[in-house]
Ligand binder design. Structure first.
Ligand code: PMP
Length: 405
């Protein structure tokens, strides 16, 4: 007799929760410095701008605003989002964009509508874990594409496409999570060529593209594709979490009409529509025209925090860590020296508790979950002094590991 399965489908029963979420449960402990979460700095979240917009919206509330709304999103927010995409060089009308509950929902809905169980989804070897989870839950077979300092190694992609035949390729070309990598223009163009040739749908996830420090990244794949006359299928997403506030849970999807239709059907089944009060508030924020100046203040603030952490790591971790200066986004991706042992994720949780500094090990972002000689260090959330303290504690802990290895 085969053992009866429990109430959960095996796909969910066997899945592990996010190790990053487990780390974050420890982040609030007295005296802990967390370089683990990719959460914005609370001091940089626009509380006043949001409060003013909320009051404006509250003053105009009527029965109609409290009614069910369109699955595609509130017209005013679709309009403002299309204008934002326009500024990134994308031709988009309000009716082309869909409002989602964070870009996380767009990833999840795309996984559901694009991938049959058993079909392949190509992903970089180090990846945003919740995207991998969404593809796994859709029954996808994850197909690994090597990644390095310039993002997905597109030169190695063609034989993988030929051998594995993935239907979909998920990519974060700007300041990727966890690597911080930016894909150069030539690689973007080659990726589009390959996607068109092999009939692979691209999911381009771009939550960090506006958080550049020195210069803006190359244009989105979706824009390059439009410019070239749309030979490839590209579903492009942005998020309001990092540029406005994660609490709103709002993102934007621009996808070819056929894909968008499937996503709308899936969203009807998932949550009918994203919350109207959040959408009204964000629409009011965007139409106030303040996003531009907000971004102008966010970029140097995060750049300064990235520089503080990089300098402190150089000072305290010396030759035990190797990394590139962050160019944007929220992460430093640091390679551990081979003087250090390869440790499983739980050992880094213990390390965090012992040394009062939380870091996320590379294993959390790898497809196999196997130990990796990498750490993701986020400079976004802690204040500058805590970043310095975190680097100092990390250095002390790593030196202890090196001497006991
Ligand atoms: N994609 C990537 C690469 C991310 O790092 C994140 C959040 N950290 C998301 C998507 C989801 O963002 P949200 O749902 O808040 O828009």
């Amino acid at each position: 007799m085969t053992p009866a399965r429990g109430p959960l489908r095996p796909l969910y029963a066997q899945a592990s929760g996010s190790p990053i979420r487990a780390m974050l449960a420890l982040a609030g402990r007295e005296g802990m410095v967390s370089l683990a979460g990719g959460h914005p700095d609370p001091a940089l979240l626009p509380a006043e701008w949001l409060r003013e917009s909320l009051l404006e919206v509250a003053g105009q509330l009527q029965g109609r605003s409290l009614q069910y709304g369109a699955t595609e999103g509130l017209p005013a927010l679709r309009e403002a989002s299309a204008a934002l995409l326009h500024q990134r060089g994308l031709a988009a009308q309000a009716e082309d964009v869909l409002i989602t509950t964070g870009s996380q929902q767009a990833i999840d809905l795309l996984a559901r509508v694009l991938v049959e169980p058993g079909e392949g989804v190509a992903v970089e070897s180090f990846n945003y874990p919740a995207a991998l989870q969404a593809f796994r839950f859709a029954g996808a077979r994850l197909v690994e594409v090597p990644t390095e300092a310039q993002g997905m190694d597109v030169e190695k992609l063609e034989p993988i496409l030929q051998a594995e035949g993935p239907r979909v390729l998920y990519v974060v070309p700007n300041f990727a999570n966890p690597t911080g990598a930016v894909m150069p223009l030539a690689r973007r163009l080659r990726l589009l060529e390959l996607a068109a040739h092999y009939g692979v749908t691209l999911i381009e996830d771009d939550p960090y593209g506006e958080l550049w420090f020195g210069e803006a990244p190359p244009p989105p794949l979706a824009q390059l594709n439009q410019q070239a006359g749309s030979p490839a299928q590209v579903a492009y997403m942005i998020s309001y979490s990092k540029v406005v506030a994660p609490a709103l849970r709002l993102g934007v999807l621009l996808a070819p009409a056929g894909i968008a239709r499937g996503v709308v059907l899936a969203k009807q089944a998932a949550d009918v529509h994203s919350g109207s009060l959040e959408q009204l508030t964000l629409a009011a924020m965007l139409t106030s025209g303040r996003l531009h100046s907000h971004l102008d203040s966010l970029r140097p603030a995060y750049a300064a925090k990235g520089a503080v952490l990089a300098e402190a790591l150089r000072m305290h971790c010396g030759d035990l860590l190797e990394f590139d200066e962050p160019l944007g986004g929220m992460f430093i991706w640091a390679k551990l020296s081979n003087a250090l042992p390869l440790l499983p994720t739980q050992a880094w949780v213990d390390f965090g508790l012992e040394h009062q500094v939380l870091v996320v090990p590379g294993a959390a972002f790898s497809i196999s979950g196997a130990a990796q000689p990498w750490l993701r260090l986020s400079f976004a959330n802690p204040a500058a002094e805590a970043l310095r303290q975190g680097a100092e504690r990390l250095g002390r802990g790593l030196r202890k590991l090196a001497t006991t290895a």
